[in-house]
Write a protein that binds this ligand. Structure first.
Ligand SMILES: *Cc1c(COP(=O)(O)O)cnc(C)c1O
Length: 404
């Protein structure tokens, strides 16, 4: 995104014209950014050509999954709905992995019928259930066991998943037991060890510690895993000040790991593929004087973008039309929803804004639309894909009649 003649643009399309044509709030994705992210991701790990399974929960738009699939990526799904979506997008079942702590009988049956690559199990009960269903269907099902490596991902506590207090995976002691259990289960073929320690990780050291834990456990179990699934979690820069994840160091740690273990690496990235491709365009409905600060009341709210209200995430906000007039006021950007947590950010310095101006909330491609809701009975926004000169509606704006 850049300013051209003071107008914020993406791929030569300016957001003002998009806002006027398609209305607001609107999610807008850049195809060229998506392509760049995927190519960079592949390049970073090209020496061992991993299987890259896009984490569908980060963005559940069918057209986005279709575009990602065209680059040869698979899918990481966490529900029957996401599995159906990935299949509908044309993702090859042999590139789909299924994660999650609470897969139901129906979900496991469906996954077995669709012959996906792996079901990554997270408990003994789940393995028992998979074995039972596989036996009924007279099939042998390929599974992974998710290890909880008790590694601090050094990210927000709400999006950490690899510590012993988190519900995900099993500890190393349990892991040995489950490897034995799988070996004695006739309808299960154990092929994978999986881990995923959290999201928005910017330091490579937690990944190094995670690899060490995985390496130790493989040595102790002395079991030959066809796949090691390292999950996702690679962080992105939500502000100009944030340092970037050192992919070189993560890559060399994995290469060292592969010297000792002959296995195929799987990744499940979500945010790092789609996060910075998306922008939420919004219009200022009112500006309200709140004494010490001014409330910039937007037509986008926490139901459209939940991350700030859910875990205090901060997204950069940019004016769609740039000016040199700096405001003397503190601005608090809020939505119309009847919750005090319905606010995006408070800024001491911003250009002077007026009612009906448009603003852009940046880096909302991951966990933006996929976490949206109809709270306050608000219809969900339109989603647009900008690809060179073409702008495609990839999801229509909901109508009130859809909801009532
Ligand atoms: C959410 C999730 C991911 C993706 O995480 P990102 O931070 O978006 O890369 C990958 N694997 C599992 C099991 C997940 O739950």
């Amino acid at each position: 995104m850049k300013y051209k003649n003071k107008q914020l643009t993406t791929e030569n399309t300016n957001f003002q014209s998009l806002a006027k044509k398609f209305g607001t709030p609107a999610y807008c994705y850049s195809y060229s950014k998506l392509k760049e992210n995927i190519n960079n991701f592949k390049e970073n790990f090209k020496s061992f050509s991993p299987l890259i399974c896009f984490s569908v929960k980060s963005n559940t738009n069918l057209n986005i999954i279709k575009e990602i699939k065209k680059f040869g990526l698979g899918a990481d799904v966490v529900s029957k709905g996401e599995l159906m979506l990935a299949l509908k997008a044309g993702v090859n079942p042999s590139k789909i992995v299924f994660s999650g702590v609470g897969k139901t009988y129906e979900e496991i049956s469906f996954a077995i019928e669709k012959k996906i690559l792996l079901i990554n199990a997270e408990s003994k009960s789940e393995i028992q259930e998979i074995n039972k269903i596989a036996k009924q269907k007279k099939k042998i099902v390929k599974v992974g066991i998710r290890l909880n490596p008790n590694t601090d991902a050094k990210t927000l506590k709400q999006i950490s998943t690899g510590k012993s207090e988190n519900k995900f995976g099993v500890n190393s002691k349990k892991f040995y037991e489950l490897v034995k259990y799988c070996e004695n289960s006739k309808n299960i073929s154990l092929e994978c060890l999986s881990v995923h320690i959290g999201s928005q990780i910017l330091d490579h050291k937690p990944y190094e510690r995670m690899l060490k834990a995985v390496s130790n456990i493989i040595n102790k179990t002395n079991y030959k895993f066809k796949f090691v699934d390292l999950g996702g979690g690679m962080g992105i820069s939500y502000s100009d000040k944030i340092k970037k994840l050192n992919y070189k160091k993560y890559n060399s740690a994995i290469k060292n790991f592969l010297k000792k273990h002959d296995t195929k690496i799987i990744f499940e990235p979500g945010r790092s593929i789609i996060g910075n491709t998306g922008t939420l365009i919004s219009k200022i409905i009112y500006i309200k004087d709140g004494g010490a600060k001014k409330f910039i009341i937007l037509d986008a709210a926490m139901n459209d973008l939940m991350r700030p209200a859910l875990y205090g995430a901060v997204h950069k906000i940019l004016p769609v039309n740039k000016s040199n007039n700096v405001s003397k006021n503190i601005y608090e950007f809020v939505g119309p929803i009847c919750e005090s947590t319905d606010k995006f950010v408070t800024l001491k310095k911003f250009q002077k804004l007026k009612e009906k101006d448009f603003i852009a909330i940046c880096d909302v491609g991951a966990y933006g639309m996929s976490l949206s809701s109809n709270y306050n009975l608000r219809p969900k926004p339109v989603e647009l894909l900008v690809k060179g000169r073409t702008i495609k509606i990839i999801k229509n704006r909901q109508k009130h009649t859809d909801l009532i």
